[in-house]
Design a protein around this ligand. Structure first.
Ligand code: ZN
Length: 169
């Protein structure tokens, strides 16, 4: 088991756009295993490779109550998103302690490779749909606080930078 360190906002590396995975080989399977360990250890429901400073299109998710239903999305692509949208509270392992409302599509259909490299289509709604959209934003270099007003975002930035300074002191 390997725990990876998670980049924290406003780390500029979180704005890197990830490139597609060329082949689901041993290196990618190791990456997925480490990302799952890291996500479970941090008690998150999703983690994008971007957040651990690997800029390839890999996402792991588990929204199950028992934390035993890992979902691996490699090279995910949204095929369809509902026009119906809902605003819900979101948090992020890269923005610790901050929760705020973000509007997302209620349902999405996503095509992706799984951890074995098999193509699959996932229909998601509710928390899973929100989580998929949140993690796919990370792969595009976008953090959820960028949906908030500049005022709120700057407040969050200062708060997190202050936390970092205190931790390093
Ligand atoms: Zn996040």
């Amino acid at each position: 088991m390997a725990l990876l360190s998670i980049l924290r906002y406003p780390d500029p590396r979180l704005h890197t756009v990830a490139r597609p995975v060329q082949a689901v080989d041993a290196r990618i399977r190791d990456l997925v295993a480490d990302m799952l360990d890291t996500m479970y250890d941090a008690q998150g429901i999703g983690l994008a490779a971007t957040q651990i400073n690997v800029h390839e299109r890999v996402v792991v998710i588990d929204v199950s109550e028992d934390r035993n239903q890992p979902l691996v999305l490699i090279n995910p692509a949204i095929e369809w998103a509902s026009t119906e949208r809902v605003k819900g509270e979101e948090g992020c392992l890269s923005v610790p302690g901050i929760y705020d409302g973000v509007e997302r599509a209620v349902a999405v259909r996503v095509n992706a490779l799984d951890g074995e490299g098999r193509s699959r289509t996932i229909e998601a709604e509710g928390m899973l749909a929100v989580c998929i959209q949140h993690e796919m934003d990370h792969l595009m270099g976008k953090v959820f606080v960028e949906y908030l007003s500049p005022l709120k975002r700057n407040r969050i930035k200062s708060k997190l930078l202050k936390q970092l300074r205190e931790e390093r002191a």
